[in-house]
Design a protein around this ligand. Structure first.
Ligand code: MN
Length: 251
């Protein structure tokens, strides 16, 4: 299964599409099961590895003053890149080099801790960077309708999500997901886990996420995690969140 991923935009679109299909197949009883995770590759030297380290979608200082340039630089270039390198080294020479992340996560309980931790770290940060932007618009259309239906109001949604993030114990992530029965839900995961993993308490397709590891905010906010979370709402890329919802509904 050869795959052309020279174009990062193509790969990103593919990411979301595959994610949606993969998780639905995994979550819906009797849903169509992918066979590619079990396919053996005969000659790995001829096949392109599909996992790539994506470019940051904005400049290091683009999120100022809410997230400072130094934090973004370290977070992207050291932490995120580090997860990617450790993940690719953990899967080197195996068939996982050609299997989409969503399919790996759907069977994560059968893989090693480094694959779970570094694979999650690699993938979660892609979702995080993509759903941040200083000029991300506002929730609209079906997303806004669904937010109001499930959380009564946009303000109440923000408060519920923020409270989950402010009270999360230890390092982890908070997510807005769409569940297999098309409901919006706010959930958290520890460490570098995510809601696509078959070990997650609540599973679904990620629409929005915030990184709650201290490296996301400590340089600027120190122990004031709540300041980072309150300011997060100034830099959410709602265009991307809208797009993820539409892709999930299509799949
Ligand atoms: Mn992080």
């Amino acid at each position: 299964m050869q795959k052309n991923v020279n174009n990062i935009d193509m790969q990103r679109r593919d990411f979301i599409g595959i994610t949606a299909l993969g998780v639905l197949a995994a979550c819906i009883p009797g849903g169509k099961k992918s066979t590619s995770a079990t396919k053996k590759t005969q000659d790995l030297s001829n096949v392109k590895i599909i996992h790539e380290f994506p470019e940051l979608p904005f400049a290091y200082n683009a999120l100022e003053p809410y997230i400072d340039a130094k934090t973004v630089e370290l977070h992207y270039d050291k932490h995120h890149r580090g997860y990617f390198k450790k993940f690719t080294s953990a899967i080197e020479g195996t068939e996982l080099e050609q299997i989409p992340m969503s399919e790996i996560f759907a069977k994560i309980s059968s893989y090693s801790d480094p694959i779970r931790n570094y694979g999650g770290g690699y993938y979660n940060h892609i979702l995080y960077w993509e759903n941040l932007n200083p000029d991300g618009g506002k929730p609209s259309g079906r997303l806004l309708t669904k937010i109001i239906r499930h959380f009564d109001s946009f303000d109440n949604f923000k408060k519920t999500f923020s409270d989950e993030a402010k009270t999360l114990f230890g390092s982890g992530w908070v997510w807005l997901i769409i569940t297999p029965d098309n409901k919006l839900k706010i959930v958290s995961t520890p460490n570098q886990d995510n809601p696509l993993m078959n070990i997650a308490e609540y599973r679904g397709i990620p629409l929005l996420t915030i990184d709650i590891w201290e490296h996301s905010y400590y340089l600027k906010y120190k122990n004031k995690r709540s300041g980072y979370i309150d300011n997060f709402w100034n830099i959410v890329n709602w265009k991307k969140v809208n797009e993820r919802l539409l892709n999930a509904l299509k799949a």
